[in-house]
Design a protein around this ligand. Sequence first.
Ligand SMILES: CC(C)(COP(=O)(O)OP(=O)(O)OC[C@H]1O[C@@H](n2cnc3c(N)ncnc32)[C@H](O)[C@@H]1OP(=O)(O)O)[C@@H](O)C(=O)NCCC(=O)NCCS
Length: 262
Amino acid sequence: MTDFIGSPAAIAAQKNIRDRQAQTALTPAWVNAARVMAFLEPDKTGWDAIKQIAAQDRMVGFPLVNADEMRAGIRQNLGPEWDTRAWDALVGDADQVLAACKTVTAAAPLPEDSTVIYHDRPSDVEITEIQTLNAATGVSPYPAYFMRSEAVPVLTVAIKDARNRVVATASATMRYHPDCTLGRYVFAGMVSVTPALRGKGLGKLANALVLRESHRRFNWTHATENVASDNPVSRAMIRSCGLTAGGLVSIAASTTGENLTR
Ligand SMILES: CC(C)(COP(=O)(O)OP(=O)(O)OC[C@H]1O[C@@H](n2cnc3c(N)ncnc32)[C@H](O)[C@@H]1OP(=O)(O)O)[C@@H](O)C(=O)NCCC(=O)NCCS
């Protein structure tokens, strides 16, 4: 198991984010998004601290924002050299999401001899299995400490096949400060299915299972997930779990020139 994963720039940012966690826990507008430090309502909460952190990490995030307005804010406050990649942010309220997820889990029984395991404090071996599947599917893995819920509550589901191999995973995290505007939103995602088993409902099932179990544990009011415009399968999966696009995006701004995740 490695604590941090990715390029040297990504690892440096992940370490900074972990080292900043005590301050993040006291700052409602700051979000430990594991792979980037994210910020809510920067126009209200102030760009000065964001500029400092952006200079250290070279990648920062802005969840659930208007694309044009936030890109203008980034250009003006951080500078024109920052790439601004956007993912559509899909959202659903608890009733809507839980009803859809119940339908998914009822319609898609687990393949024979497979098992479902939920982790909130996975062992090193379990972390390695999940990180390895994420990395193999192009989803940038969460750092180990984050998966162990050492920063914020994180729930990961692993679906294992008859030979005890993790074939699908998804996660849900209460990453937003309780006193911020998104305080009772769960952020779900990190869905990965081993290539040989794709298109059989396993991604949808993993996503639905982690949403249902995280609601039981965290009692969130809304769920949100991000999807890239070129990932129609992921979009269909998230929509089947009751989340819909409302015109907002999540932006990752970076000067590292790399793709942060799918
Ligand atoms: C995205 C991913 C998790 C989906 O898992 P999956 O098991 O392949 O997908 P499912 O069988 O559960 O299908 C999900 C939806 O996509 C549709 N779908 C599946 N394969 C498809 C394909 N090749 N073309 C079009 N639609 C497809 C399904 O019909 C379903 O939609 P529906 O509920 O409206 O019928 C999986 O493909 C994967 O690991 N991809 C790489 C990593 C990734 O992109 N993760 C998401 C980013 S967080």
